[in-house]
Design a binder for this molecule. Structure first.
Ligand SMILES: [Fe+2]
Length: 245
């Protein structure tokens, strides 16, 4: 049995994803948020899964990652893009890599532009696109290293060539929507449909994006590790537990 959960952080609108292999008991989390750490641990326990990997799609600027806390508590490894600007990871991922976890195997696609080191992950017919491709939008270009033409190329040359029916699970919620398809985004996303590479940057924006937080960027450059004075297990387990799958 394969377990799959989409989890939303209400404060930032960020999505995290839990994938687990029931046969082997191995699991991974994509883009976990530190305030939701207790929720992830409870879900892993409930499903009888052991966390092997925390994967980041990119250096997040709007919330603190749970990667370091989960590594400390579960022994999981943290895997990030080789060009992500994130230090202290256990494994660096590059375009074309594959990452296995029990019966799960994810393919790694480099999709830079929102940040220089953005990755997307493809698992079967499901694409985890981070903030590269959002539903009806794309990630903002004003984060460190944002590059409009690179983002346009990533979406149109790497993602829009996937089969129409590929499910798109983005890094953030927009307009209450949780999932889309490659075909739908190719045909209806107003930032890309009928838009040229040169015209893209002027149109690209994400009006629903959360503010850029300097503290989050600083922590996330070290897998979400915060200064000792900022960090306590108590503060983590008091986080918002209202998100559902
Ligand atoms: Fe982002």
């Amino acid at each position: 049995m394969i377990h799959f959960r989409q989890l939303r952080d209400e404060a930032s609108g960020a999505f995290s994803y839990l994938l687990g292999c029931g046969r082997s008991g191995h699991a991974l989390l994509i883009d976990p948020v530190v305030t939701q750490a207790a929720l992830y641990l409870g879900m892993l326990d409930e499903l009888g899964l052991r966390l092997d990997w925390v994967l980041e799609t990119h250096l997040h600027a709007d919330r603190v990652s749970a990667a370091d806390a989960l590594r400390e508590w579960t022994g999981a490894g943290v895997a990030v893009g080789a060009d992500s600007g994130i230090a202290d990871a256990d494994h660096l991922l590059c375009d074309g890599d594959a990452l296995g976890c029990g019966d799960l195997e994810l393919a790694v696609l480099a999709t830079p532009g929102h940040t220089p080191g953005c990755l997307s992950y493809l698992w079967g017919g499901r694409l985890f696109s981070g903030d590269c491709l959002l539903i009806g939008a794309c990630g903002r270009l004003d984060e460190p290293g944002g590059d409009g033409p690179r983002l346009f190329d990533s979406v149109t040359r790497r993602l829009f060539v996937l089969p129409d029916e590929t499910l798109v699970y983005p890094g953030r919620c927009r307009a209450g929507r949780r999932v889309s398809t490659i075909g739908e985004e190719r045909e209806t996303n107003p930032l890309f449909h009928g838009v040229t590479r040169d015209g893209f940057a002027a149109r690209a924006s994400d009006a629903e994006a959360s503010p850029i937080l300097a503290e989050a960027l600083e922590a996330n450059r070290h897998c979400g590790r915060r200064r000792a004075t900022d960090f306590s297990c108590h503060s983590l387990i008091q986080g918002d537990k209202t998100c559902g799958s």
